[in-house]
Every structure is written in structure tokens, then in C-alpha cells.
Design a protein around this ligand. Structure first.
Ligand SMILES: Cc1ncc(C[n+]2csc(CCOP(=O)(O)OP(=O)(O)O)c2C)c(N)n1
Ligand code: SF4
Ligand SMILES: [Mg+2]
Length: 350
């Protein structure tokens, strides 16, 4: 696996631009198994939100059910949170973000939570482009219910009990690209530098960001024959690019040979810097993204990096032309149509 980050900007200071420390972004103590990939992802969420100086009280965390869905308790302890029913996080999150679009939403789900029971909800959230971050902590199994295969498990991979998976895997990145998501990335819990920059780009994106993170389950899916364990994932990780991130407030010029890097300017003026690796990959080309995902999967490889990005895609909030003031704060006299308006509607229906 190649080194996956560009060295841009100085070391992060001890306090961020809000005067907060990393500990201000911590949550409760994790109860997950030691070494679980999900904990590594929580650490990178803490780091990204701290380094991006996101106000913790302005964040709403959402999840469904699973070991992955427990993790919002372990980061951003000062933020709002709602632990929904299995697979139903998108509906809850959509309602909450519509009610208060000034909140920054982050949802954490599992491959079971998203690709099985919650698949319909996930697809409609992508189609609507609800502005929030949606992380799938993908371990190929239902960790919480003792390691049955999930719908993202690779064909031919083996459970600890020796059971072989005969079904083809569902690729959530491909699905998100197909449904028009404006920010699609795949990370690996064992590559924190790549993960933190993917998260920073997602924080800067105004729309839904789908991040599928291969997150090994050390208890049920990290053995010989598994294709989502640490060793296997490290050996099969195919990086699309090295990813750097420059926040809007930093005026850093990138000194690379022409054609070597591609810059993507985000809605807030920040820039994602993509250093090309083995090929000329264009992350704004949905067809190429799908082709590349298919190729990697047919070669037994795991493609990681920024798969697809379209910063200009209109979010659900812009599409609906919702007023700036959060809907949840307007009082009844303004939020409820007056008697005359209701009477007029009734007359029209007669
Ligand atoms: C309606 C409903 N059906 C089934 C379950 C049982 N259940 C709990 S978690 C889970 C799957 C969790 O897998 P995943 O989303 O991949 O999370 P992980 O534990 O692997 O992180 C299932 C089937 C449930 N809690 N509710
Ligand atoms: S069972 Fe697997 S997914 Fe759940 S906490 Fe343990 S290692 Fe993580
Ligand atoms: Mg899982």
C-alpha cells in the first residue's frame, strides 16, 4: 500500500480556530472489541472535525443499529445525537436536517444497516442529496449479531465457521455514483491519513457525501479466507490518488508539475488536491468511476480514494429553496398557513 497523503499545511496547532482542543471533540469510552476498525474511524472523525474547527454543538449525529451504529457515542460528545431503528437512520436524519439545516449532519451506519434492511432508505437519501455525511463502516458481516455475512461480503469469502459466501457483493460506492451522489469515496480504517482527508472534503461538501470505509471486524471477519480483514485489505488496497486538503482560510499554492495534480474547489472555497497515481483518473466522470469500480472488483482489488465528486450538485435544501432560518425555530404564527389560505384550498377542492 502506498503512502496516501500529500504533505500540505503546517502541523495542526494545539487549539483550533475556535480555541477548542482535540478533547473537546471526544465522546464516551468505546465498548467495541479492541482493534475494531470502527474505533479507528471514530478517531479520524474526531481529528477531522477538530482540524476543520467545526463547532461540536452545531453537529447532529445519526445512526441505526449495529456495532458501527454505536460509535456516535464515542465521538463528538457535545453534539446532538439520535440512535434510530435498524436501517431507518436516513429517514430520521432527513427529517432532522430539513427541520434545522444549519446543523451539520453525520450519519454512521454499517454494511448490514445500509445494504440490507436500510437499502431503500439509503437510496432515497442519495437521490434527494440531503446535505450530510453518510459513513458506512463496512466489515462484510453483521458484527453485533455474531458475524453473519452481509450484502457487501465478497463472493467466495469464508466465515470463521467455514461457510462460503456464494452471493455477489453489493458495491455501495457504485450505487451512490449511479444515483447521482455528489461526493463518493472509499476509505480503509487502516489508512488514517487518507481517511482524515476524505472526511475533510466531506465536511466541506454541500450535499450528501457517501463514504464507504472498509473497517475490519477483528472478532468475526479478520481470519484467513476473509476479504475484509486488515491483512487482506492492506494487500489489495488500490489507491486512486493521494489526497490532500487545503481549507478555504489557507492561501497555500501547490507546487507540482503541470498535470501531476488535480484540484477540486469545494462549495466553501476549500480545495481537495488529488495527486494522480498510476493513471489519469477523472473523479468528475461518473462513467469512468463505475468502470474503474467494476474493474477493481473483478480483479479482486479494493479501490480507495475519491471515487466521484461533483461539488456543484444542488443539495435538497437548495432544491426546496428552504428559508435561511431553521424551520424548527419559526413560531406558529409564521409556520402555519392563515385561516384564509386554508379556506381557499378547501374551496378549490370542492
Ligand atoms: C428490525 C431489526 N432487525 C434485525 C435486528 C438485528 N440486528 C442488529 S444489528 C444487525 C446487523 C448489524 O450489522 P452492520 O450494520 O453491518 O453493523 P456491524 O455490527 O457489523 O458494525 C442486525 C441484523 C435489529 N436490531 N432490528
Ligand atoms: S464484533 Fe466486530 S464489529 Fe463488533 S465491536 Fe467487535 S470487532 Fe467491532
Ligand atoms: Mg457490518
Amino acid at each position: 500500500m502506498a503512502e496516501s497523503v500529500l504533505k500540505i499545511g503546517a502541523e495542526a496547532p494545539k487549539e483550533n480556530r475556535l480555541g477548542l482542543k482535540p478533547t473537546d471533540y471526544h465522546g464516551g469510552k468505546s465498548t467495541l472489541c479492541a482493534g475494531c476498525g470502527h474505533d479507528a474511524i471514530s478517531n479520524q472523525i474526531v481529528r477531522a472535525f477538530y482540524e476543520m474547527s467545526v463547532r461540536p454543538e452545531g453537529v447532529a449525529k445519526f445512526s441505526g443499529i449495529g456495532c458501527s451504529s454505536k460509535t456516535p457515542a464515542y465521538f463528538l460528545g457535545r453534539s446532538h445525537g439520535f440512535n434510530a431503528v435498524h436501517g431507518r437512520m436516513p429517514a430520521i436524519a432527513t427529517g432532522a436536517i430539513l427541520a434545522n439545516h444549519t446543523l451539520m449532519g453525520i450519519g454512521v451506519s454499517g454494511d448490514g444497516d445500509t445494504a440490507s434492511i436500510g437499502l431503500g432508505q439509503f437510496m432515497h437519501m442519495v437521490r434527494r442529496n440531503v446535505p450530510m455525511i453518510y459513513i458506512v463502516e463496512n466489515n462484510g458481516v453483521y458484527g453485533l449479531t455474531k458475524g453473519q455475512f452481509s450484502a457487501t461480503a465478497d463472493e467466495g469469502s469464508k466465515l470463521k465457521t467455514g461457510v462460503i459466501n456464494d452471493l455477489p457483493p453489493m458495491d455501495l460506492c457504485a450505487l451512490a455514483v449511479e444515483l447521482g451522489c455528489g461526493y463518493v469515496a472509499r476509505g480503509f480504517a487502516g489508512d488514517p491519513k487518507q481517511m482524515v482527508n476524505i472526511l475533510k472534503g466531506a465536511i466541506a461538501h454541500d450535499g450528501l457525501s457517501v463514504i464507504d470505509v472498509i473497517s475490519p471486524c477483528v472478532t468475526f471477519n479478520n481470519h484467513e479466507g476473509s476479504t475484509k480483514g486488515y491483512q487482506y485489505s492492506k494487500e489489495h488496497d488500490e489507491l486512486l490518488q493521494q489526497i490532500g486538503f487545503v481549507p478555504a482560510y489557507e492561501q497555500i499554492e501547490i507546487d507540482y508539475a503541470p498535470g501531476e495534480v488535480r484540484e477540486v474547489t469545494m462549495h466553501d472555497g476549500s480545495r481537495i488536491i488529488l495527486k494522480k497515481l498510476e493513471e489519469d483518473y477523472d473523479p468528475s466522470d461518473a462513467v469512468q468511476a463505475l468502470q474503474r469500480l467494476h474493474r477493481a472488483s473483478s480483479e479482486g482489488m479494493m479501490l480507495t480514494g475519491l471515487v466521484y465528486v461533483r461539488p456543484e450538485k444542488k443539495s435538497f435544501i437548495s432544491l426546496l429553496n428552504i428559508m435561511d432560518e431553521p424551520l424548527c425555530t419559526i413560531d406558529e404564527s409564521r409556520g402555519r398557513p392563515p385561516r384564509e389560505a386554508l379556506d381557499k384550498i378547501m374551496r378549490e377542492l370542492m
